[in-house]
Design a protein around this ligand. Structure first.
Ligand code: ADP
Length: 690
């Protein structure tokens, strides 16, 4: 074969053969046959290729070590670096053969280079494809947790490590997420502790920081190849960039969320502020405030909120109303409104809490008076309404000068700084709304009192003349009446027991006694009594009055129902005067009831005219008062009875008012009538002398 043909055929093998082993065998055979060699061996690190098949390579190897007889060696150079030796055996090599063999070693080196380039090209495109698919997947999420999982998955797939662990950090460098991928973690831990595994750590970095690490574990004797190392490094860089994006996105989202929350807070303040203007009624404003705090749609959506009001007369923070819901919100999806039927529905829902019996302890009051909000983590035992598992905060409601009330709110997690800020603004707004509500109520009451006073003045001017006349007549009649009574008594005593005329003297005596009673009533009315107040048990006074009438009640079969609140505190009143009021009401009831009926007497606590009061009710089944008489019954001298003076109710009214209280009538014809007496609770907390 011509040398040129040989070189061309070797070129053909280099271009077409993908396997070095097979290619080199073909080349050695071609060269061996073309140059009629005895044998030819190619020594590469860790590998020997030979021709013809079955050749004993030992003598060729020895030639390399120096015993070169009959052998010639051609070194395979890669640049200047030797990378193998071609050893040939022939009795004699011509210079042309030598030249040809030098060319062949150059071609073998070329063959090796070609194959290496092809492999690199293949690895490069695989790397690209793998990283492309990983990049697409990693870039498709803005969720840190999902990113961790995906990263672990790809790191394991590309590296073929036995175990992969990914740990991610947030912007503050706190560990936020760790994900592991392993088939058998128990085994791994054992292997690692027995030093059978080694660990490779790659950090996930970007120019802006370090976002986490990938840890890869593999058996001690194995190692990652070039491809695996490169792909993991590039994957880590890629992940670093994506994690930086996530951190950026989280910061942006945080800013947007904060903005949205601020807008929501402002809108609640605006809307509830508008709603307060719909009413000046304390109860309605309080309900609006609780809605702003607890409605999940229109308000803050807190599960608990309680309102306490400060009473300067008693100096304590008393419960008013509260909402506590954990399942269904009581507010529904109605607009802001104060329609009575809607509010009543809320008040009768299971979420509504009537906390009028609850007061905030003094030490809390003192703290709140300083104007600071308080976290109530350790005081739940003092506040029975504060259910467990909820974080509570008490906020003072500071009016212009003093504490108007307090809010206690609860949330299942602790309140955030922005929420506290909102609650502080909300409390200022509510304090003003409550204070102005109270002022408006006082104003309304004062103007009503003024109207009343005007009417009374007008009336009393009319009645004064009549009253004076009555008092003078009563006074003038008193002496003759005493004389008539005295003489009648003497006559009566002198008459024999069996004298038939004795019945006349007896009648004279009874009528005189009745007339004296009337006169003393008339005289009593014309005098304004000076009150001698002391702490008095109202229930005991009522018991006394009923006891005085016990005989008559029994004789006439009248049923007495007592519903007395025995926990009632003592009231600061003039006992004989108040007894007079009860006497008048009970005797009116007795007179109204004909043959059969009942009288119900009850006592309770109530809020009236913006203050704490005791309420006494006297009801009867005497048929009620005709509509036309109703407006006159409290007028002096108005009576529908033949023997009445018309002074009983007007005296009762005057006594109640002198005590700072009130008397009201609820007419319920044809059943009967109820009189309500309200007396202020001034000296609450003091002991009642018995
Ligand atoms: P008197 O009892 O002397 O008539 P009052 O001032 O006590 O004077 O009562 C005025 C009027 O009010 C009575 O005459 C009666 O018409 C009406 N009245 C008072 N209490 C009752 C009652 N319990 N039921 C029906 N009418 C009543």
């Amino acid at each position: 074969m011509e040398p040129l043909d040989l070189v061309l055929r070797i070129c053909g093998i280099i271009c077409s053969q993908a396997s070095f082993k097979r290619g080199i065998r073909e080349i050695l055979a071609l060269v061996g046959e073309a140059l009629s060699l005895e044998g030819i061996c190619l020594f590469m690190p860790g590998q020997v290729y030979l021709w013809p098949e079955g050749l004993d390579s030992n003598s060729y190897k020895k030639a390399l070590e120096g015993e070169k007889e009959e052998f010639e060696i051609f070194t395979l150079l890669h640049g200047n670096e030797p990378r193998g030796d071609l050893v040939v055996k022939k009795r004699e090599l011509s210079p042309n053969d030598r030249l040809l063999l030098q060319v062949v070693t150059g071609q073998v080196d070329q063959f090796l280079r070609n194959l290496q380039s092809k492999r690199e090209l293949k690895m490069g495109s695989r790397l690209l494809l793998d990283l492309y698919s990983a990049g697409r997947e990693l870039g498709s999420t803005l969720d840190r947790e999902e990113m961790g999982e995906k990263l672990a998955h790809f790191a394991k797939r590309f590296s073929k490590a036995s175990y992969v662990s990914v740990t991610l950090f947030d912007t503050q460098g706190h560990r936020t997420y760790g994900v592991r991928e392993t088939k058998d973690k128990g085994d791994l831990i054992r292997y690692y502790s027995e030093d059978l595994f080694k660990r490779w750590v790659v950090s996930l970095e970007s120019p802006k920081g370090n976002w986490g690490v990938i840890e890869l574990y593999l058996p001690k004797r194995t190692s990652f190849n070039r491809y695996q190392k490169r792909v993991i490094h590039i994957l880590a860089e890629l992940a670093g960039t994506f994690l930086e994006n996530i951190a950026l996105y989280e910061r942006l989202k945080g800013l947007v969320d904060e903005r949205e929350r601020q807008i929501r807070f402002l809108s609640i303040l605006y809307q509830v502020g508008n709603a307060y203007r719909m009413t000046s009624e304390l109860r309605k404003r309080a309900l609006l405030a609780l809605r702003a705090l607890t409605d999940p749609q229109k308000g803050l959506g807190l599960p608990q909120a309680f309102l306490f009001l400060h009473y300067s007369s008693t100096g304590c923070l008393k419960g008013f109303i509260g909402i506590s819901w954990f399942g269904l919100s009581p507010w529904g999806d109605r607009e802001w409104e104060i329609e009575e039927e809607y509010l009543k529905r809320v008040e009768s829902s299971p979420a509504f809490r009537d906390i009028r019996e609850v007061s905030l302890p003094d030490y809390l009051l003192k703290e709140l008076e300083k104007g600071e909000a308080l976290h109530l983590s350790n005081v739940a035992k003092d506040l029975p309404f504060c259910e467990g598992g909820v974080f509570h905060v008490a906020l003072p409601l500071m009016g212009e000068k003093t504490l108007v009330g307090a809010l206690v709110v609860g949330k299942s997690a602790s309140l955030e700084a922005e929420e506290m800020q909102f609650l502080t603004m909300f409390s200022h707004q509510l304090a003003l709304a409550l204070e102005s509500g109270r002022l408006q109520e006082t104003l309304k009451r004062t103007s009503e009192d003024l109207e009343d006073a005007q009417e009374r003045l007008f009336h009393s001017e009319k009645l004064a003349t009549l009253g004076e006349l009555a008092a003078r007549v009563a006074h003038d009649l008193k002496n003759p009446l005493v004389a008539i009574g005295g003489f009648a008594k003497r006559l009566h005593d002198k008459m024999a027991e069996d004298c038939p005329d004795k019945v006349y003297t007896k009648t004279i005596l009874k009528e005189v006694e009745e007339a004296e009673k009337i006169l003393s009533n008339v005289l009593g009315y014309s005098k304004v009594p000076r009150l001698k107040k002391r702490l008095t048990d109202i229930n005991a006074l009522l018991d006394d009055v009923l006891f005085l009438h016990a005989e008559e009640l029994r004789d006439r079969n009248i049923i007495v129902v007592k519903k007395l609140d025995r926990a009632l505190p003592p009231v600061y009143v003039d006992p004989p005067q108040i007894r007079q009021v009860f006497m008048n009401l009970i005797s009116n009831a007795l007179q109204a009831i004909g043959r059969k009926g009942s009288i119900t007497v009850s006592t309770s606590r109530a809020v009236k005219q913006g203050g704490e009061m005791v309420r006494v009710e006297v009801s009867d089944t005497g048929g009620g008062i005709p509509e036309k008489d109703l407006s006159n019954i409290f007028n002096p001298f108005f009576t529908t009875k033949s023997t009445g003076t018309g002074l009983g109710l007007s005296i009762a009214k005057r006594i109640a008012e002198l005590h700072g209280g009130k008397i009201e009538v609820v007419n319920n014809p044809p059943v009967g009538v109820t009189f309500l007496i309200f007396l202020p609770l001034e000296g609450e907390g003091k002991e009642c002398p018995r």
